[in-house]
Design a protein around this ligand. Structure first.
Ligand code: FAD
Length: 322
């Protein structure tokens, strides 16, 4: 018996959110008196996988079949299910990303498992059940959920748990092949287009985001320059994407992407509830707005009341000097 962690990879690397899942899986395995094994899919450097040993993973099953280069939900679910069977895993841990929660839902249906999303703390053992704490209502409240099925799937919310290394040993990497047919790849993407910017928005530690207060796309160099100086990703409010100033994959909020970076800098965004729904799990929120009554200041850790076109150039200079 073991705990199985699905580690999400991109561009040949293990994602930061996957390291959180790995460490969480290790902690659950310790609670249960077992070990944590990971499954990784597609192209990823062997050193990246060995490095998972530092987060408590003992072994990594790696399926490198070429058709798995891009995410295809049905095929990925089959690989994870095969790994669950091989390891006789009763707890499966993944990140609460689009891919992780998508795999979790399909896997739960396939294995008749209990599935909890947005989990923010280690489970409590209750006989054969696990009680987990999860974030609900766009991060406004927490709920306890008891997972009772023999197989339990936990999707860990990004940035919700502290990650520590547990040593310097390497995980054993084992080649793994699940039995897949052409039918498993009917939903394969024809083309993958990379999101703009050097830093992926959903993985970013720092995000600089612009709203309608930016006045137009011609001023977006301010957002981009500040993001570049801070090694940040860029984001925007919904109306900004709706009018085409920025691409829709940058739109955060209730109808866009949900992010939880360590630092979210909102520039010229009023702070409507629908926008906050996507960013209020950020560790630190900084708001720059000329209106001292802007609702976003109520959710901010730090606020600057001032004009974007005076404040942001000064911030860029200061950030470049860091
Ligand atoms: P505004 O509300 O127009 O705010 C612009 C801000 O810029 C103002 O506070 C102003 O004081 C400030 N400003 C202007 N000029 C300057 C300057 N020179 N210097 C400093 N500050 C300045 N919105 C989202 O963002 N994400 C969502 O997912 C989303 N989903 C929605 C779903 C539904 C069903 C609905 C009804 C709405 C949704 N919205 C969403 C829209 C949301 O309600 C707001 O309308 C939107 O977030 C406002 O965008 P904004 O803050 O960029 O613009």
């Amino acid at each position: 018996m073991s705990v199985l962690v699905f580690v999400e990879c991109a561009d040949g690397k293990v994602k930061k959110s996957a390291l959180e899942a790995a460490f969480y899986g290790h902690q659950v395995a310790t609670q249960l008196g077992t070990s944590a094994v990971a499954v990784a899919i597609g192209e990823v450097a062997a050193d990246e996988l060995k490095n998972l040993g530092q987060y408590g993973i003992t072994k990594v099953l790696h399926d490198t079949e070429t058709r798995l280069k891009d995410y295809v939900s049905q095929a990925y679910v089959k690989v994870v299910a095969a790994a669950v069977e091989k390891e006789n895993a009763t707890v499966i841990v993944l990140s609460n990303t689009n891919i992780g929660s998508g795999i979790g839902a399909r896997l739960a249906a396939r294995l008749q498992a209990s599935f909890a999303t947005n989990v923010v703390a280690l489970p409590e053992l209750a006989g054969n059940s696990l009680k987990v704490k999860k974030s609900v209502f766009s991060g406004k409240a927490f709920a306890d959920e008891v997972l009772t099925a023999p197989t339990k799937i936990i999707a860990v919310k990004k940035n919700a748990i502290e990650v520590n290394t547990v040593g310097t040993h390497e995980a054993e990497v084992e080649s793994f092949t699940a039995s897949l047919t052409d039918a498993d790849f009917t939903g394969a993407p024809r083309e993958t287009i990379r999101a703009t910017g050097d830093v992926l928005l959903t993985e970013a530690d720092v995000v600089v985001s612009g709203g309608r207060g930016m006045r137009g796309p011609e001023n977006w160099h301010l957002i981009e320059d500040l993001a570049k100086a801070l090694g940040a990703a860029t984001a925007c409010s919904k109306p900004v994407a709706d009018v085409g100033w920025r691409p829709h994959h940058e739109h955060v909020g209730q109808t866009g992407i949900t992010i939880s970076p360590n630092l979210y800098i909102a520039v010229g965004i009023s702070g409507a509830i629908q926008h906050l729904a996507g960013v209020n799990s950020s560790k630190v929120i900084v708001v720059i707005n000329k209106d001292p009554e802007a609702p976003f200041f109520k959710a901010a850790d730090y606020g600057i009341v001032g004009d974007i076109f005076e404040v942001v150039p000064k911030l860029i200079e200061a950030a470049k000097a860091l």
